[in-house]
Ligand binder design. Sequence first.
Ligand code: BDR
Ligand code: CA
Length: 310
Amino acid sequence: KTNIIIDCDPGHDDAIAMILAASNQDLLNIKAITTVGGNVEVEKNTLNALRICDIIGLEQVPVAKGAKRPLVKDIEVAESIHGESGLEGPNLPDVPTKQIIDTHAVDLILEILHNTDEPITLVATGPLTNIAMVLIKEPELKQKISEIVLMGGGTFGNWTPAAEFNIYVDAEAADVVFKSGIPICMFGLDVTHQVLATNEEIAKLQNINNNVSEFVVELLHFFTKTYQDVFDFEGAPIHDACTIAYLIDPSIFTFKHVHVDIETKGEHSYGMTAVDRLGVTGKEPNVHFATEANTSKFWTLLEKSVASYS
Ligand code: BDR
Ligand code: CA
């Protein structure tokens, strides 16, 4: 089994990543879920993480609240995409049953790394603040991290013309992570925009007809409407779920091993991931950059995972 920690800011697509992970625990050992400020403030993201855990039956997995704001800048949220609560659409109880543990996310990740004999994969589906703090606090523990699988960046932006949201929110943190030397598997917009929830896919999920499918369909109705209104898209990209789908079945994706630098200074390019696809820098590759998704495999996996709740 792959040992994973999911660091997230749920978030509609983060929720779907969590569902994929929870329904494939024969392959994935979920050591913890940690939250970070991103789509909305960390308090709200944490409440959402707990609510999602209640729905998908992740009673045993610890949830810890993480960084309130990026390393250097103020927090910038994406209510325009995820709504005021960060998870608009489904009707969720105000007070979740599950509670957070009394340890900061960064300390929980460090504690898990200290106590493990087995390598840990960090899955990041929000800004990289917590992960950078882990690497800054105890850099020697990076040998215990086998891979960082993240959603972020790409060769175009969705928050500015140059930058994708997760990287833009905390580009300084992303810079720490991308320079860490830990193998990085990156799902940027180039690939996540291939994985679009269309009406046809949503109808298939609806037919499954259980609690979780109902939840996913409500999430996707809101998310597709947002993408229609904001970006004029037919269908919503299920960005974050690509990370977990890859860990379950790597054959869904095609990669190129490239060098990626994070822009932290540019006036128009702050938060850009400079992806050296043609090798012009001559720098050692530090990222497995996902270029293509086999979408039919992806949807089959998601349908099977959601149906496993029946
Ligand atoms: C990323 O930003 C968030 O809105 C999503 O949850 C995803 O992690 C896409 O740019
Ligand atoms: Ca996210």
